[in-house]
Design a protein around this ligand. Structure first.
Ligand SMILES: Cc1cc2nc3c(=O)[nH]c(=O)nc-3n(C[C@H](O)[C@H](O)[C@H](O)COP(=O)(O)O)c2cc1C
Length: 347
């Protein structure tokens, strides 16, 4: 039974961060009691092979919801085929002062300027070490500490890769959050070239030591010009990147600027991001073809939004804001829509 429509008005009376904490704690408790198991079965119904990994289904959790890997079991039980935890930085950091997360319910949107609040990589590693056998794919999204100088950014990502390479199925290099000053400058020109070259070399070194090549994914912003996107794509191919998450939140608030919360600084997610993120997927797919898989993220609030991402060329999709507005039923609705589509394609 879908209880979320009943719970949502109660949760929305709380401030967004408190609602977030309560929901995840309840989920954790539920996972320990085991009542979500039927959804778990459904998770295994749509296997896809991407980046040499077998995903039980193509619907994943986007980064930022479980930054510290504290709620992995409960979230996996909702039926996701994969989870991306993080963003995690080498050292713990508090993030920006609250309030830093804002709901725009009429627009089915959020604005956040969390600023990579997280407990640090060692906390996440201890969580992953305790996880035990799992039947879903786990990605770790890596960032840099706010006080790491820009020219040392590669060190932070390298450290993250090193710490999780035996525990994660893939890592995502986050260079697109709008809430860490200077981070998005790593998306362009020489800075991108140098960063990806360094990470590719580091990955080779880790592979020599461990015998396993860690898939590297890069998460990009939706605010790039077509020319910037083309240059990025060339750079990804040169440095053997394995996948792209498109996209992070947008700094363009024009769709919600008439609302008071719309004037808060931070990244905008949810429905107003949907078409822009889909356009990036389409453009990237036109450039890359099937050379690099695209993980689409941004504004998926209904099953048809997810189908549009696949139609634009995505191999996998991720959800964040859609879960806040529609609840976990969104995952099973998307899986059901995929099943229907598959049946009608083959029929
Ligand atoms: C509160 C919040 C925190 C987020 N934190 C992160 C993060 O730490 N790392 C990251 O890569 N993306 C983060 N994101 C971005 C999401 O992963 C996603 O890319 C974006 O919200 C667009 O998807 P959506 O419209 O489905 O929410 C965050 C988003 C929100 C709303």
């Amino acid at each position: 039974m879908n209880l979320y429509p009943l719970l949502r008005p109660l949760l929305f009376r709380l401030d967004p961060e408190t609602a977030h904490r309560i929901t995840l704690s309840a989920l954790d408790l539920a996972a320990q009691l085991g009542p979500l198991n039927p959804l778990r079965q459904r998770r295994l119904e749509h296997p896809v092979e991407v980046m040499g990994l077998r995903f039980p289904n193509p619907v994943g959790l986007a980064a930022g919801l479980d930054k510290n890997g504290d709620y992995i079991r409960g979230l996996a039980d909702l039926g996701f085929g994969f989870l991306e935890v993080g963003t995690v930085t080498p050292r713990p950091q508090p993030g920006n002062p609250p309030p830093r997360l804002f709901r725009l319910p009429e627009a089915e949107a959020l604005i956040n300027r969390m600023g990579f609040n997280n407990a640090g990589i060692d906390h996440l590693v201890s969580r992953l070490e305790r996880l035990g056998p799992r039947d879903f794919i786990l990605g770790v999204n890596l960032g840099k500490n706010k006080d790491t100088p820009q020219e040392r950014a590669a060190d932070d990502y390298r450290l993250g890769m090193e710490k999780v390479h035996a525990l994660a199925d893939y890592v995502t290099i986050n260079i697109s959050s709008p809430n860490t000053p200077g981070l998005r400058d790593l998306q362009y020109g020489e800075a991108l070239e140098d960063l990806l070259a360094a990470l590719d070399r580091h990955r080779d070194r880790l592979a020599q030591r461990s015998g396993r090549r860690l898939p590297l994914v890069v998460k990009i912003a939706p605010d790039l010009t077509p020319e910037q996107l083309r240059r990025q794509a060339d750079c990804f191919l040169r440095h053997h990147v394995d996948g792209v998450v498109a996209t992070n939140t947008t700094i363009d608030h024009s769709a919600v600027a008439h609302r008071p919360a719309g004037r808060e600084s931070g990244g905008l997610s949810g429905a107003p991001l949907r078409d822009r993120a889909t356009a990036v997927v389409r453009q990237l797919h036109a450039i890359l073809g099937d050379a690099l898989p695209i993980i689409a993220c941004g504004g998926i609030l209904r099953p048809e939004d997810a189908l549009a991402k696949f139609e634009a060329g995505a191999k996998l999709v991720q959800l964040y804001t859609g879960l806040v507005y529609r609840g976990p039923a969104l995952i099973t609705e998307i899986l059901a829509a995929l099943k229907r589509q598959r049946a009608s394609d083959s029929g």
